[in-house]
Design a protein around this ligand. Structure first.
Ligand SMILES: [Zn+2]
Length: 401
């Protein structure tokens, strides 16, 4: 199919077509390129915004999340009116309004083993804007099988990373770099670790730039290299990655993955949602947020409410009557003394009731288990689902983060 540019496209893209590295032929190359953006979050938003503006012919948007208020500081395609709407729909509305020449496909689902190859195979270049190791391994394997370059980015706190996997026969895949998954429980994402919005903004833009270079037929700068961005100190460093691993099970000569994919949950040791909701305590050691409200918060029932989240989180928001003693202080022993002091200050020391809460009801369970090893003869329970449940069941106005 011979492609041409409409009058709208000629004037729209004229400033980049004046670049000798682009020209009319480059613009046509962009128009004939399709890009799949996996994740319409902090990285996917800026990447898709600039690729749409630049005139990529077709853009696929994959995500199964809904827009939340805590996304808006970094996920710049979404807005206040779109909260609770699917991110793919929100992204589509913003991007379509920017450039109606682009063809969009919204794919409102999670990328999983059963659908990944079918989705990825239809696109020329894949952008990884996800934040969990499971999807990263899946996407890398699928890109190797389907021979697609994978423009990968990550951002957390003030730090960002960028690299292009699987660009040609010399560039490593994600598995070449990380043959084994990180230990369960060590992975921090933006919702737990925090991130400054301009960090994924910066990395997402660079992902768009690498993608455009590939579409123009050039070698991307970060194939076989990795950019390390330290936003707090304003430093960009580039490291050269070692090449492919000859024993890589995905892209090596004796690869065992493909066309069949592996079970990524088992490989990463994550059962669905298990990382999100632990089960440590028995049901009689717990209460719902509503029960806490009815039997303690809203009555004169004397009790101590201990919030075991980190201080940074407790500073953002907590229940007025809660005392913040972080789980790590209880784990290192210092927190026990604080709690014992609080118990000593009570009028009736033998009848103290200790209620423990956190954000989701995981840390609070660990705290209860620990406290019960040292503090006997008093009631110690935690609140199921923590502050998230409080905001859902008791006080919908409570500011969740
Ligand atoms: Zn590999």
């Amino acid at each position: 199919m011979t492609m041409s540019l409409s009058a709208d496209e000629v004037s729209r893209y004229s400033r980049q077509m004046l670049l000798p590295e682009v020209g009319k032929s480059g613009q046509l190359a962009l128009k004939s390129t399709s890009v799949l953006i996996v994740g319409c979050g902090g990285l996917g938003c800026p990447a898709s915004l600039y690729l749409t503006a630049a005139g990529i012919g077709k853009i696929g948007l994959v995500d199964n999340d809904l827009v939340e208020k805590s996304n808006l500081h970094r996920q710049v395609l979404h807005n206040e009116q779109r909260i609770t709407k699917p991110k793919t729909d929100s992204a589509f509305e913003t991007l379509k309004a920017l450039n109606s020449n682009v063809v969009f496909e919204t794919i409102n689902c999670r990328l999983i083993r059963d659908n990944a190859s079918e989705i990825v195979s239809k696109y020329d270049i894949i952008i990884d804007g996800t934040d969990n190791p499971m999807t990263r391994y899946l996407l890398s394997d699928v890109c190797v099988i389907n021979k697609k370059p994978l423009v990968s980015g990550s951002a957390l706190r003030f730090d960002g990373q960028l690299t292009v996997y699987n660009f040609d026969s010399n560039t490593p895949c994600y598995r070449c770099l990380f043959p084994s998954p990180p230990p369960v429980g060590t992975v921090t994402n933006c919702s737990d670790g925090g991130v400054l919005g301009v960090i994924p903004g910066t990395i997402g833009n660079l992902q768009a730039l690498e993608t455009i270079k590939i579409a123009l037929g050039r070698k991307p700068t970060y194939a076989g290299k990795m950019l390390l961005f330290d936003g707090l100190n304003g430093e960009f460093r580039t490291i050269t990655l070692r090449g492919k691993r000859s024993d890589c099970i995905s892209c090596g000569p004796n690869a065992t993955i493909g066309p069949e994919l592996v079970d990524y949950e088992t490989f990463c040791g994550i059962q669905c949602n298990a990382s999100q909701y632990l089960k440590i305590l028995e049901s009689e050691e717990r209460m719902t947020a509503k029960e806490y409200f009815d039997n303690y918060f809203n009555t004169n029932e004397k009790h101590l409410l201990i919030d075991v989240r980190d201080k940074l989180q407790a500073d953002i928001t907590k229940l007025d009557n809660a005392v913040n003693i972080p789980l790590k202080d209880i784990q290192n022993g210092n927190g026990f003394q604080q709690i014992e002091d609080l118990i000593d200050q009570q009028m009736d020391k033998t009848n103290v009731k200790l209620i423990i809460m956190c954000r989701r009801g995981n840390a609070s369970q660990k705290a209860v288990r620990l406290l019960k090893t040292k503090i006997n003869d008093i009631l110690i329970k935690d609140i199921i689902g923590g502050l998230e449940a409080w905001a859902k069941e008791v006080d919908p106005k409570f500011p969740m983060y």
